[in-house]
Design a protein around this ligand. Structure first.
Ligand SMILES: Cc1cc2nc3c(=O)[nH]c(=O)nc-3n(C[C@H](O)[C@H](O)[C@H](O)COP(=O)(O)O)c2cc1C
Length: 663
């Protein structure tokens, strides 16, 4: 019997005839840049990442983009245009294809687009027009350049085929080069590759024909297209339907998939988060499917749950389900779904830390999967410890819980104390704020795994050192978090009077309030992370006006660009005001609701009237004395998560994970 049991999700796990191939199910891994290649070649780490997703149940995998034309030199991409990569490509294909999973390499070029800061000096493009996000003006591809690129892409496709790949996906979405040719906003060429629809589609049509001619009809050819790029006078849904219809008429395309957003203010739409609806592209995908009768269509975008995926297929909105981030979070998503173990999935929490990692030139990582790409990643369960120990964990935030469940699953006798009445620490508060709901999947998984492993939880108990000592533990893990530092610029008297609470305390108190509050709430922002802006949005739902004051020149600097743009969009829509380069200090005076804000460079004062709430978000610091009290209770002592050094959610899960495996 197949390891995948179609009775669970009959539509999701049903086979699909795709071109000359039969997919074992409808689960497709969407292209994800991993930064796991080495020196432009296939690495063991790269192969492992993809083999894990194939072993975990995907029926089709689209790789990250590879360098298929000679001008493509990006260091993170595997070079396919020369023969040197062939042994690596063959190992890559074999590792995935032997799991009954079809492997397709993604071919694209970013063109003038750039996610990093600054301009891209190597950019090529359709026209000498600035990118809408980075303002890069590309080198314009001549007709000769285009012809050479098409020839290279076709030759590289043939090489991939010889090495065992089942096909390629051309990405003409996300604002990349082919998208730039399709868009009347980005392409103002006057030669045969511009102008009317057929001119703008010509490059792709010729590329498709060249690949078909080089690789034959058995080679899978998928196409990722813009469904709505969110740029005025560019590719809206009706233009997308015309483009898809024209290209599908070539009869050379085996499946189509539609993305949204582009390299522009709409970038946040290309990786949708929980500030909008779930599965936000599905309705549009279904509408566009009507423009391409007979061509299988992949639904994509914030589809995280197998039941949701099955329902999309059941109602005929799509033929395949593309999963990007959900398969980063859990490569065994398909396997667990098929075994009736959907609750065991470590779900994608839509935080986009993965995107931040790769755009900041780090290897792919995940807040809810500390083992991305490891050899034992698929359906991982802890390895038993050589000797059972008694362990006390102080703190049931995500760092503490991760350590606790793993230690328990390794056979230790573990008890975890949480000061709050519920699990999750500060993450729990974030889940109550706009866009944060998905984060609960982190501690929900940990709690369930802990329950299976026999973890004992004592909630609502702030355990003292004496209580912990009473257990005569072999090991103590302190994961009691950290609190926001009082901004020392503010008058000390405000601290003593307790009139200015930290943002976390403030939001915790206000949760559940539904009465509108008249007046202005001011948030002094020295934090720049996501939770602060979700809190501001929450406050805006209650107060007449919300003003963020920051000493920096911009807000949300420590948030992935893709999320930052969403924050800027929502702030504009909600009318949240931002005062940059502002300091609140001893001369700010908070009398009769009047707050003075000093410019950090000029000292000029600006006034905010009718202030009824002043709160602050600052970097956090652990309570060292409280931690020290637990230091010499047991032979083993670990301080983890924010209690060790306040950092990101990804760092907290990873630290807890390492500690649970070490103890
Ligand atoms: C970390 C990360 C890297 C990505 N890299 C690529 C890429 O190289 N090529 C591409 O076409 N799409 C890329 N995408 C977009 C995904 O393929 C997909 O369209 C998007 O994540 C929405 O699907 P999801 O909600 O299932 O994640 C990337 C997305 C993420 C989160």
């Amino acid at each position: 019997m197949s390891r995948l049991d179609p009775a669970r999700y009959p539509h999701l796990l049903a086979p699909l005839a795709l071109g000359a191939h039969a997919l074992r199910n409808r689960i497709a891994h969407a292209s994800i840049t991993t930064r796991l290649s080495a020196n432009r070649r296939v690495s063991d780490a790269l192969i492992q990442y993809y083999a894990n997703r194939a072993r975990g149940g995907a029926g089709l995998i689209v790789t990250e983009p590879v360098s298929a034309a000679r001008f493509q030199q990006a260091p993170q991409k595997v070079r396919v245009w020369d023969a040197k990569s062939e042994p690596g490509l063959a190992r890559w294909a074999e590792a995935v294809e032997r799991e009954d999973c079809r492997l397709l390499a993604q071919l694209q070029d970013p063109g003038r687009g750039r996610h990093e800061r600054g301009r891209n000096p190597e950019a090529v493009g359709a026209s000498a027009l600035p990118d809408d996000l980075s303002w890069t003006v590309p080198h314009v591809l001549s007709i000769g350049d285009i012809e050479r690129m098409i020839a290279d892409f076709a030759a590289s496709s043939r090489r991939l085929q010889r090495c065992g790949f089942s096909g390629v996906e051309l990405s003409a979405a996300h604002g990349h080069l082919f998208h730039q040719f399709l868009s009347p906003w980005m392409n103002v060429r006057e030669d045969r590759y511009g102008g009317e629809l057929s001119g703008r589609c010509r490059l792709l049509a010729e590329l498709i024909a060249a690949i078909r001619s080089a690789c034959g009809s058995g080679f899978l050819l998928g196409l990722k297209l813009p469904g709505d790029d969110g740029i005025e006078a560019s590719v809206d849904p009706s233009e997308a339907a015309r483009i898809a219809g024209l290209l599908a008429a070539t009869r050379d395309i085996d499946y189509l998939c539609f993305a949204q957003g582009a390299h522009a203010a709409s970038l946040d739409r290309h990786i949708p988060d929980l500030h909008g609806p779930r599965a936000p592209y599905v309705a549009l995908t279904q509408a566009l499917k009507a423009a391409v009768p007979g061509v299988p269509v992949m639904a994509l975008g914030l589809i995280t749950d197998p039941a949701e995926a099955d329902a999309i297929l059941a109602r005929g909105a799509a033929d395949l389900i593309g999963l990007g981030r959900p398969l980063i979070a859990d490569p065994a998503w398909g396997l667990k779904s098929s075994q009736g173990r959907a609750a065991d999935i470590r779900y994608c929490v839509s935080c986009n830390s993965c995107w931040a990692a790769i755009t900041e030139h780090r290897a792919l990582g995940c807040d809810n999967n500390p083992r991305v790409g490891r050899t034992d990643e698929v359906d991982w369960w802890p390895v038993p410890a050589p000797r059972r120990k008694r362990i006390v964990v102080v703190g049931t935030g995500i760092a503490g819980l991760e350590a606790a469940w793993i230690a328990a699953a390794r056979g230790h006798d573990v008890i975890a104390f949480g000061a709050g009445s519920e699990l999750g620490g500060k993450t729990r508060l974030l889940t109550a704020l706009p866009g944060g709901e998905g984060l609960s999947s982190i501690y929900d998984y940990q709690a369930l795994a802990g329950k299976k492993a026999g973890l004992r939880l004592e909630l609502g108990v702030r355990a003292s050192a004496d209580e912990v000592r009473g257990f005569a533990p072999d090991g103590v893990v302190v994961a009691c978090g950290a609190t926001m530092i009082w901004p020392r610029e503010l008058p000390q008297s405000w601290r003593e009077d307790g009139v200015v609470p930290d943002l976390r305390a403030c939001v915790a108190q206000l949760l559940g309030f539904t009465e509108p509050q008249s007046g202005t709430a001011v948030l002094f922002d020295m934090d720049a992370t996501e939770g602060t802006y979700a809190s501001a949005q929450y406050l805006r739902g209650l107060f007449d006006r919300v003003v963020i004051v920051t000493p920096r020149d911009r807000i949300a600097e420590d948030v992935p660009l893709v999320n930052r743009l969403g924050i800027i969009r929502r702030f504009a829509q909600a009318g949240i005001d931002v005062m940059t380069l502002g300091r609140i200090g001893a001369d700010s005076c908070l009398e009769d609701g009047l707050l003075r804000v000093r410019n950090v460079y000029t000292g000029t004062l600006q006034e905010i009237a009718d202030v009824v709430l002043l709160t602050y978000a600052t970097p956090r610091a652990p309570d060292l004395a409280a931690i020290e009290a637990f230091a010499s209770i047991a032979p083993e002592f670990h301080v983890i998560g924010d209690a060790y050094a306040p950092a990101s959610t990804m760092a907290a899960t990873a630290h807890g994970h390492r500690t649970g495996n070490l103890i």
